[in-house]
Design a protein around this ligand. Structure first.
Ligand code: ZN
Length: 276
């Protein structure tokens, strides 16, 4: 596929969004005027600016881009503070559009994964801590700014953020998006990045891979039947990373694809649709 440079790729997004901009010799500050709950937000600031959002300093790419995620239950506006290289400050308000979160019933899940036996509680906690630690990765790759592709093609069988009821027992909100696909289907890296976690058999998520797309944005791929990459591997968009399976808490073969900004979960579907 045609790869555009980072700056060229970002320009249409900003233009299409209707935006907050300031004109000055150092370049404009550009953020979307509004985003949905669960969105990945990319903004432009003058290179060399210092930027904070939600109490966190955002690293600025050499091109003057910053990225952050909006939580599923966030209410707006998101306030971004920008201190420009000339010392002037800007406060950018990004409105957050609320979404509906219907309930999804999932039946036929292995009972041991809905109410795990006490004996495995420690194992689950340990595995979740390892995943959380990997999620803190945030290197200088800019895969997050690429035009994400679907890791597998298929019907969406579960949407991000919906209330989940497993075998009649309420669970947490769905942390990603499920794509139905046959067992063994190749799973592609939706954008470039570095593999920061790869384990074949976690209790709840089965075969699990995490990719760091840079600047705090990451993807996780669950229930895999096979892993084709190991920790430390740099992948490019479209590289095969593993195969679809039904390992862990799953009713049948599908890919669960989750995305995060550090520990904030965001909606992969919004990321896929960002430039369309
Ligand atoms: Zn899922």
């Amino acid at each position: 596929m045609v790869r555009l440079g980072l700056v060229l790729m970002l320009a249409p997004a900003a233009a299409a969004a209707g935006r907050v901009a300031s004109a000055a010799g150092l370049g404009a500050t550009v953020f979307p005027a509004s985003v949905q709950q669960g969105a990945m937000v990319i903004g432009k600031v003058p290179a060399g600016s210092r930027v904070t959002y939600a109490g966190r300093a955002l690293r600025v790419t050499p091109y003057g881009s910053v990225v952050f995620g909006v939580a599923r239950d966030a209410s707006g506006p998101a306030v971004v503070n920008v201190v420009r290289p000339d010392g002037n400050q800007e406060h950018v308000n990004v409105a957050i559009v609320a979404r509906d979160w219907p309930t999804e019933h999932v039946r036929g899940v292995p009972p041991r994964t809905v109410s795990p036996p006490a004996a495995v509680a420690a194992r689950i906690r340990r595995e979740q801590e390892a995943v959380s630690a990997a999620r803190a990765a945030s290197d200088d790759g800019t895969g997050f700014a690429e035009h994400f592709i679907w890791p597998v093609k298929g019907r969406i069988s579960g949407r991000f953020g919906r209330h989940r009821v497993y075998n009649g027992t309420p669970g947490a909100a769905h942390s990603g998006m499920d794509i139905a696909a046959p067992q063994g289907t190749r799973v592609l890296a939706p954008a470039s990045g570095r593999v920061v976690f790869a384990e074949p058999d976690l209790y709840l998520s089965g075969g699990t891979i995490l990719i760091d797309h840079g600047y705090g944005i990451g993807s996780n791929f669950l229930h895999l039947s096979q892993l084709d990459v190991a920790v430390g591997k740099r992948v490019r968009q479209g590289d095969v990373i593993g195969r679809v399976g039904a390992t862990g808490r799953a009713t049948g073969p599908h890919l669960h694809w989750g995305m995060t900004w550090f520990d904030t979960r965001i909606d992969p579907l919004l990321v896929l649709e960002r430039l369309r």
